[in-house]
Design a protein around this ligand. Structure first.
Ligand code: G3P
Length: 217
């Protein structure tokens, strides 16, 4: 499973990247706003930091302008994936940009039908939003399962990029379900390591090391 970090915060990306935990990065207008930085500048810096795909989202809603924005974004670096919303204009932009050989991440996906359309439009990645479905008492993980089944039924190469991940269980269930990628906030990825029995066991080992004066160096 590939881990993408869902943030535009350079330091947070660098910290996880140093641990080998960053296979890519996803940003969106809300994350760019949160960073307080210019989209082109911060995206360029992220592309220089990580080798994997870096998703940068268009700001337009009409296909012609999305395509123009996408063609500008891909000039930033070879690992740019242009992010477009799941609308007919977004799918038209996806088809054009993917036919041009560029990576496209189709975002704001909330149904399997939408994911089917994105795959047929040549999307490199589809971003189903788990957390936002859970927020309205629907089952976000069920969407991941449906998309996995449909893509496997017909051999679609579009990668399922599970997004809107709020908990470590979203990551675990996405892995169980066979999502190709998860994109999560740095804090959620970091919290995957937590377990009280690990802490308790290490404390016991340290106490015994001290009591027995065990030395290696
Ligand atoms: O990549 C999409 C993600 O940033 C959305 O997450 O928590 O705003 O639904 P969230």
């Amino acid at each position: 499973m590939k881990f993408f970090v869902d943030t535009a915060e350079i330091d947070a990306i660098a910290e996880l990247n140093a641990l080998g935990m960053v296979d890519g990065v996803t940003t969106n207008p809300s994350l760019i706003k949160k960073s307080g930085r210019d989209i082109i500048e911060v995206t360029k810096e992220i592309c220089e930091l990580v080798d994997g795909p870096v998703s940068a989202e268009v700001t337009a809603t009409d296909a012609e302008t999305m395509i123009a924005e996408g063609r500008k974004l891909v000039e930033i670096a070879e690992n740019i994936a242009v992010k477009v919303p799941l609308t007919w204009d977004g799918l038209k932009a996806c088809k054009t940009l993917s036919d041009d050989g560029h990576m496209v991440n189709v975002t704001l996906c909330f149904s399997a039908n939408q994911a089917l359309l994105a795959a047929k439009a040549g999307a490199t990645f589809i971003s189903p939003f788990i957390g936002r479905l859970d927020d309205i008492n629907l089952d976000g993980m069920e969407l991941i399962e449906d998309i996995r089944t449909i893509y496997d039924n017909y051999g679609f190469e579009t990668q399922i990029l599970a997004a809107s991940i709020r908990t470590v269980n979203h990551i675990l269930d996405s892995a169980r379900t066979g999502a190709d990628v998860i994109t999560a906030p740095p804090a959620v990825i970091k919290s995957m390591i937590n377990h009280p029995l690990t802490d308790k066991g290490l404390a016991t080992f340290l106490a015994d090391i001290k009591a027995a004066d065990i030395k290696i160096l």
